[in-house]
Design a protein around this ligand. Structure first.
Ligand code: AQP
Length: 327
């Protein structure tokens, strides 16, 4: 069976970008692929989180993934640090990755600018650990948003290098795109991000969503309600593309162009459609929060399964590169 693998960092609360760009695809892929999904807490260490906050964030991200429809009977959901082989293969991949390749990574530059007081080596080598995450499960399909394109390309190059040097071992992992590969934040400019404060959270209530939408950027040329707008340049309209039915989108576009529909009403319609998706997710999340033992059971069982798959790959890798077998 073809394998799929992906992860999310527990660096904050899940947002609509994570949901649309990644998790929606995870839910689809688990139907036809052998799926490994993980909360990548080792990656989050690059931000030196408070230990108690990290523990809680890991649980909340796992809850969000499950509440969004990832089914632990179909997918292996686990926490990265519970599978030590990620770090082991990470080192092996580090020794196969040229510095020049890492120097090209734009995310390192962005993250360094975001946390100038903590530009650690992990921020720089982050894409190598990501390569190991994918390789460990010998994944063929990697569902991620567009922001991960550069890292995926680096992973492919590193795995091809491994195969060239040590013999065919890893498949060439293909990126899987959702219908929303790059969701823009409330500011109408940057990618929606946990760390930029421009997000609509997955667990936010209908009121909280509407409150945030009120301040969200729309077509900058539409200053008054009576000004006709251009839906194609409006971020709110692009979100309607993700959450609203085609018929309603056509009505909204016509109303915007003719100035019959104001931005506030357009935002209210979006808030209603967002709530139709988020309401049931919130309810399932609340049920999971009420049953912490069940969450532990899912994550520990996932880690046990992931360790078996990871160790099988590592035995092959150790053999190929000339390390003594682990007995
Ligand atoms: N705005 C987005 N649009 C589409 N996809 C997105 N993803 C993130 N933001 C968007 C996808 O979500 C998955 C998990 O992302 P991550 O948490 O591992 O890392 P990230 O991309 O760095 O996410 P954030 O929210 O921007 O976190 P911070 O602020 O901590 O860096 C990935 O598949 C990603 O593509």
């Amino acid at each position: 069976m073809v394998r799929t693998m992906s992860g999310i960092q527990p660096t904050g609360k899940l947002h609509s970008g994570n949901y649309l760009g990644a998790i929606v695809n995870w839910v689809e892929l688990q139907k036809n692929y052998e799926a490994f999904f993980c909360v990548v807490d080792l990656h989050a260490l690059t931000q030196r989180p408070d230990p108690a906050v990290l523990k809680q964030a890991v649980r909340e991200v796992a809850i969000g993934i499950l509440a969004s429809g990832v089914d632990p009977d179909k997918s292996t959901l686990f926490v990265q640090s519970q599978v030590p082989q990620h770090a082991e293969l990470g080192w092996i991949m580090t020794c196969l990755t040229p510095l020049g390749d890492l120097n090209r990574m734009t995310q390192f530059k962005d993250k360094s600018a975001q946390q100038p007081e903590n530009i650690n080596a992990g921020l720089f080598t982050y894409p190598i650990l990501q390569t190991a995450d994918i390789a460990l499960y010998r994944a063929d399909r990697v569902p991620v948003g567009e922001d991960q394109d550069q890292h995926l390309e680096l992973a492919r190059e590193t795995l091809r290098r491994f195969n060239f040097v040590y013999g065919e071992t890893f498949p060439d992992p293909q990126t899987v795109r959702s219908h929303a590969p790059r969701v823009i934040g409330l500011d109408g400019q940057a990618k929606m991000s946990k760390s930029k404060g421009n997000e609509i959270g997955l667990f936010e209530t209908a009121d909280e969503t509407m409150q945030k939408l009120r301040g969200a950027k729309t077509d900058p040329a539409r200053l008054r309600k009576s000004d006709p707008g251009t839906p194609e340049v409006c971020n709110i309209f692009s979100w309607h593309g993700f959450f609203s039915p085609a018929e309603q989108r056509a009505e909204i576009a016509a109303g915007c162009r003719s100035a019959q529909l104001g931005c506030v009403d357009c935002k209210k319609m979006l808030a209603t459609n967002l709530e139709a998706v988020k309401g049931p997710i919130r309810e399932r999340a609340a049920a999971l929060r009420d049953n912490p033992a069940r969450l532990d059971e899912i994550l520990d069982a996932g880690a046990r399964k992931a360790r078996v798959a990871a160790e099988a790959t590592m035995q092959l890798v150790r053999e190929r590169i000339g390390l003594r077998p682990s007995k």
